[in-house]
Ligand binder design. Structure first.
Ligand SMILES: [Zn+2]
Length: 355
């Protein structure tokens, strides 16, 4: 099986998802905020001969357009368009398959996703493929029927361009860009676990409409916290798959599952989740830290160059140290090194479908 290198959409995306599930590996879905992080993801993917998912939160796209842009909504839309165009232009030259995706959108952010689908419609007319491979709607705060009916509306729009929709059932703990839920110590955590009956309901409603994936909650939490608050229970994924299979005789792992809040997870739980049909694991917190760590180390090593253009005592010029390409590159390299590890954990090394 081989796909053309570059952004994968439609049938190619479906083929990639199926290859992951059949091959027992998953793709890293890496949150990006600008060309530094996007390029680091493509570099890491090329280096590891792995396909990858490049994704943006609403705040990430706003930052991509520029934090100084006055109209925040416009920045979120245009930043997402700009980021996607960057990846469409460059990904094929890195020789890997890249999926373009947007992260959590709650009710307030539905207009953002609709605006991006408008842009995909225009792009599709010109290029025969959508601007984004997939988007996420996270209406997990709402009741299941409201959640699913809005997802159905969006998927119907997107399916015309063979785009895929990621939905969320149950609640991923923690917070990401203002979307999410705080974890209270000792609080009842049953709402953090997806109910297999809800997953079946989603399967029944959305399967006729188009391609979709499910971010199911099995105790996963955004961010890295001290362990012990919530227990990861990947068997919830297994039970959801089994219920759909038993009801519709689909065969093993009919659902395309997504693992949110993967940063800081035990490696054995990651492997177990993949065996239950997880094809995508989000990574944000760990790569954020990796970028900061790389820059921080560089700044500490060359601290004078961040205070003086020329050494006040001996007149040494520091230009070659404060040049942003030097310290941003240090961040990128550290980001790439963290992704090397993620690709190993997810089993995607050497498995790019790009020819
Ligand atoms: Zn998430």
């Amino acid at each position: 099986m081989a796909l053309k290198a570059g952004v994968v959409c439609g049938e190619d995306y479906v083929e990639l998802v199926n290859a992951c599930k059949e091959g027992g590996y998953a793709l890293a879905a890496v949150n990006c905020v600008g060309t530094d992080s996007v390029n680091a993801v493509m570099e890491a993917a090329a280096k590891n001969n792995s396909d990858v998912i490049i994704q943006f939160s609403n705040g990430g796209t706003q930052f991509y357009a520029g934090a100084g842009m006055e109209d925040a909504f416009q920045a979120k839309v245009l930043g997402a368009v700009s980021a996607a165009q960057h990846v469409h232009l460059l990904a094929e030259h890195y020789g890997i398959c890249a999926v373009l995706h947007t992260d959590h959108a709650n009710r307030k952010l539905v207009p953002w996703v609709d605006a991006l689908v408008d842009h995909s419609e225009a792009y599709y007319k010109e290029n025969g493929k959508a601007l984004y491979s997939s988007h996420m709607l996270d209406l997990s705060e709402e009741d299941i029927d409201d959640n699913l009916s809005e997802c159905a509306r969006m998927l119907e729009r997107m399916a015309k361009m063979e785009m895929s929709l990621e939905i969320e059932l149950g609640i991923t703990g923690g917070e990401e860009d203002g979307v999410g839920h705080d974890i209270e110590e000792g609080a009842d955590s049953s709402h953090l676990y997806t109910q297999p009956e809800d997953v079946l309901k989603a399967y029944d409603l959305l399967t006729p409409l188009g391609h979709f994936s499910v971010a199911a909650s099995f105790g996963n939490v955004h961010g890295v916290y001290k362990p012990g608050n919530v227990q990861l229970r990947p068997e919830i994924l297994k039970n959801s798959q089994a219920l759909v299979d038993q009801t519709h005789s689909t065969g093993n792992n009919p659902l395309n599952l997504v693992f949110h809040g993967g940063s800081g997870s035990e490696k054995s739980k990651i492997a177990e989740a993949i065996s239950y049909g997880v094809f995508k694991m989000n990574i944000d917190t760990d790569t954020q830290f990796a970028f900061a760590e790389g820059v921080g180390k560089y700044v500490m090593e060359h601290s004078k160059a961040f205070i003086h253009q020329i050494d006040p005592e001996d007149g040494t010029p520091y230009k070659k140290f404060y040049d942003p390409r030097k310290w941003l590159r240090a961040g990128e390299q550290s980001f790439v090194a963290r992704l090397d590890e993620a690709f190993v954990d997810l089993g995607s090394v050497g498995r790019s479908l790009a020819k």
